[in-house]
Design a binder for this molecule. Structure first.
Ligand code: PHE
Length: 329
C-alpha cells in the first residue's frame, strides 16, 4: 500500500521524470521487484492474498508508466506541430507556366524558322520617321491622329516620339542596317490609344514579316501565308485572301481563316500583307529596280484568344495567377 501511494503521487511531466519513475519502480533493482523479494518472508497461508496485492501494484506501475509515455508524446506533437501522418506528401510549391501569348508566339516562331526566316527586333519607342514617314504614310494620315497614337514628349524643341503603333517600323531599321537578301520575322509589342474593352486594349502583340530579294513575287507571298495558315491551323484550314490597302505595301491583301465555334462559323482576319511599296525602298536607299519584297503583319493576341478560348483580351495583361495557372501544359 505504501508503494501504491508512491506510484499514484509520482508526477511525470517530462522525459527525465518518466525515466526516474522507471528506475524507481520498474527496473531490476526497483521497488516493484524488491517488493516481490519480500514474498519469502510472508507466511504460507497469506502468500495468495499478498501475491494478489503485489500483482495489482505491479500492474499499476506498468499502467502508469505507459499512460505517462503516451501523454508525453501527445504534448510533444502539439509543441512541434502535427506529426499525425508523416507519410503524407508535402504540398507542392507553385511552378510557373508559359503565358498564353508566349505559347502562341512560340508556335508562330517555330513555323517561320522552318520557312527560313530569322528573328529580329526593334525598339518600342519610335520616332515619326520609322513609324510613319518612311512607311509612306502621308502627313495627314489619320493614324497619326492623337486618337490612335501615344506620343511621348522629350522637350519643346524636339519632335515627339511615338509608342510604335505596329511592328512595321522595324522593316525600316532592318533595311537600313543590312543589304538584301533579308528574311526576318519581328515579334513585338505595339500600342494604340484605344478604349479598353473586352475586345480592344491599349497594347497588343504583332509578328511582322519581311522578305527582300531579287525577283520576290506576290505568288511567293501567298504561298508563304498559305503554308503558315496550314501549319498553324491544320492542313485542312479554310482560308481566303482579299485585296486591301496599306500605305507601305502595293498591292496589299488581307488573309482570313474560317473559324468554327459554338456560335457557328465565321471568317476571321488573321493578317495584313503585301508587296513592299517602291516608296518604302526609296526611303531606305534600296534599289527598287533590282529588288522586290513582301511584308506581312499579324496579331498574336487574337491567335492566342482563339486557340485557348479566351474571350476578354484584358485577361492577357492582368497577370492574375488564377488565370495563368490554367495554362500548365
Ligand atoms: N502594320 C500593319 C498593321 O498593323 C500590318 C501589315 C504589316 C500590313 C506588313 C502589311 C504589311 O495593321
Amino acid at each position: 500500500n505504501d508503494i501504491k501511494e508512491k506510484i499514484q503521487s509520482f508526477s511525470i511531466e517530462n522525459e527525465d521524470e518518466l525515466e526516474a519513475f522507471r528506475l524507481e519502480f520498474l527496473s531490476r533493482n526497483g521497488k516493484v521487484q524488491s517488493m516481490f523479494g519480500l514474498m519469502k518472508d510472508v507466511p504460507n497461508e497469506k502468500k495468495a492474498e499478498v501475491g494478489k496485492l503485489m500483482n495489482e501494484v505491479k500492474n499499476l506501475a506498468h499502467q502508469t508508466f505507459e499512460n505517462a509515455k503516451v501523454e508525453l508524446l501527445k504534448s510533444e506533437e502539439k509543441e512541434f506541430g502535427a506529426l499525425e501522418d508523416i507519410t503524407l506528401p508535402v504540398e507542392s510549391t507553385y511552378t510557373g507556366s508559359y503565358h498564353p501569348l508566349n505559347r502562341a508566339l512560340n508556335e508562330i516562331k517555330q513555323i517561320f524558322l522552318r520557312l527560313g526566316f530569322n528573328i529580329a527586333d526593334g525598339p518600342e519607342l519610335e520616332d515619326d520617321f520609322h513609324n510613319f514617314t518612311a512607311l509612306n504614310f502621308p502627313p495627314d494620315h489619320p493614324a497619326r491622329d492623337m486618337q490612335d497614337t501615344f506620343f511621348v514628349r522629350k522637350s519643346e524643341e524636339e519632335q515627339d516620339l511615338v509608342l510604335r503603333t505596329h511592328t512595321s517600323p522595324v522593316q525600316i531599321r532592318l533595311m537600313k542596317e543590312k543589304e538584301p537578301p533579308l528574311r526576318s520575322i519581328i515579334p513585338g509589342r505595339v500600342f494604340r490609344n484605344e478604349a479598353v474593352t473586352a475586345k480592344s486594349y491599349f497594347q497588343f502583340n504583332q509578328v511582322e514579316g519581311l522578305y527582300v530579294n531579287v525577283r520576290v513575287t506576290m505568288g511567293e507571298l501567298i504561298e508563304t501565308l498559305v503554308m503558315f495558315a496550314q501549319l498553324m491551323y491544320g492542313s485542312d484550314v479554310k482560308y481566303r485572301v482579299r485585296p486591301s490597302y496599306f500605305p507601305f505595301t502595293e498591292p496589299s491583301i488581307e488573309m482570313d481563316v474560317w473559324w468554327e465555334s459554338e456560335k457557328g462559323g465565321q471568317w476571321l482576319e488573321i493578317l495584313g500583307a503585301g508587296m513592299v511599296d517602291p516608296n518604302v525602298f526609296e526611303s531606305v536607299d534600296v534599289d527598287s529596280e533590282k529588288y522586290t519584297g513582301f511584308a506581312f503583319g499579324m496579331g498574336v493576341d487574337r491567335i492566342a484568344m482563339l486557340r485557348y478560348g479566351i474571350d476578354d483580351i484584358r485577361l492577357l495583361y492582368d497577370n492574375d495567377i488564377r488565370f495563368l495557372e490554367q495554362f500548365k501544359s
